[in-house]
Write a protein that binds this ligand. Structure first.
Ligand code: ZN
Length: 393
């Protein structure tokens, strides 16, 4: 699927600009028109960290006319292993300022806008409204959902990326033309379930692999060339050295961009949203949670179990536990799932990381399936402890 250019071309390029961008100008698909669009483009990079560093460097070099950078953090020595926009002498300096200085050095012909502040529900709409496209380089779920929601509400495309150890993912979320982040990940993982790079580490150069994909996609969307990564999730494995792309469909039931949205404004508190599992779910899961390894041993021993995957079809397509039947969480909420559950087997529920399956477990137990259990850590735990050859997402 190709899309029309996001940005109108600037009136002209100066002599200096023609000299600087000549290797772009002689690519027929980019040419004068494409470079003029980049000149007119306003791109905001959320975060000047692992992903933001390479993204900002290449967006600047490419000639994106207005480049915004928002970050509240200061440069720490432990950042320098991957955040290549900062140097030794920047340690202790605000990241937004350090990044802006590097950008100005790379390309003095563009405007840099420094937002040396925390992105919050108070300022996100106003900050985003000044830009055509957002590059998301955030490293936490609360900000990620807020970026998604603000972008969808403002009708703006954004290029998302995430990194962990040797694994990276990227996609373009643009509700007007495809799914949003909530279509792919309807709910955040429970707190502490998915380790951050600070907890689990990240190969420095992985930032460049994913950051460069984000810039690549930003340029395509701005200039209207090629097939943007809308409706596709790119999954990169640096150890295997493989790129896989899987389709991501717009979820008609998406609470934000679906047919009958229930989220029509920013949430009040994204930290709370990302930290919430209901009391019922916690109670149901207490004493009824098994590990992925236990499930595997039950299956191997031929135990009479019925494994139900309560994630969305998108997610099931990416990776699933062998033998698991897909019944999305929504069908538990509306009750239709219950008649599909066998009475003579032990029900084992799982999701991605254990939050949604705990919610469903409460419903299933209330319906009389007293010995039902769910898998703590979900399919991610299965991948980690049972079959590491499967792709995590
Ligand atoms: Zn959506």
């Amino acid at each position: 699927m190709s899309l029309p250019p996001l940005v109108e071309p600037a009136a002209e390029l100066t002599v200096d600009e023609v000299r600087r961008y000549s290797r772009h100008l002689i690519i027929p698909d980019v040419g004068m028109a494409g470079q003029k669009r980049l000149k007119n483009a306003k791109v905001l990079c959320v975060g000047a960290g692992g992903l933001g560093s390479p993204a900002l460097l290449y967006l600047a070099a490419a000639g994106v006319g207005t480049l915004g950078v928002i970050d509240f953090d200061v440069v720490d020595e432990s950042n320098l292993q991957r955040q290549v926009i900062h140097g030794q002498s920047d340690v202790g300096r605000p990241k937004a300022e350090s990044a802006a200085a590097s950008v100005r050095e790379i390309n003095p012909l563009i405007d840099v806008v420094v937002h040396n502040e925390v992105l919050t529900t108070e300022n996100v709409m106003e900050v985003f409204s000044g830009y055509d496209l957002i590059v998301d380089g955030t490293d936490n779920f609360a900000t990620r959902y807020m970026v998604n929601d603000a972008a969808v509400l403002l009708g703006k495309p954004y290029v998302w990326g995430s990194i962990y150890r040797f694994d990276g993912q990227a996609s373009v979320f643009w509700a007007e033309h495809g799914p949003c982040y909530r279509c792919l990940y309807p709910e955040p993982p429970p707190p502490g379930m998915v380790p951050s790079c600070a907890e689990g580490g990240v190969l420095g150069v992985l930032c460049a692999s994913i950051g460069s994909i984000q810039v690549n996609e930003a340029i395509k969307v701005l200039t209207g060339i090629g097939e943007p990564l809308v409706g596709r999730l790119m999954i990169y494995d640096a150890l295997e050295m493989t790129y896989r792309s899987v389709k991501v469909r717009k979820d008609p039931e998406c609470v934000l961009c679906g047919k009958n949205p229930t989220v029509t404004a920013l949430l009040e508190d994204y930290e709370a949203f990302c930290g919430a599992v209901s009391a019922e779910a916690q109670e149901a899961a207490s004493g009824s949670t098994i590990t992925a390894a236990e499930l595997k041993s039950w299956q191997d021993a031929g135990e009479n179990v019925y494994v139900v995957d309560v994630r969305e079809p998108n997610e099931y397509e990416i990776v699933s536990i062998p033998g698991a039947v897909l019944i999305p969480k929504g069908e538990f909420l509306n009750g239709s799932a219950l008649e599909r559950l066998p009475q003579d087997k032990r029900i084992v529920l799982h999701c991605k990381s254990g939050a949604r399956s705990a919610e469903c477990l409460a419903i299933v137990k209330n319906a009389g399936f007293a010995d039902a259990v769910h898998v703590g850590g979900g399919v991610l735990s299965w991948i980690k402890t049972v079959d590491p050859s499967l792709p995590a997402y």
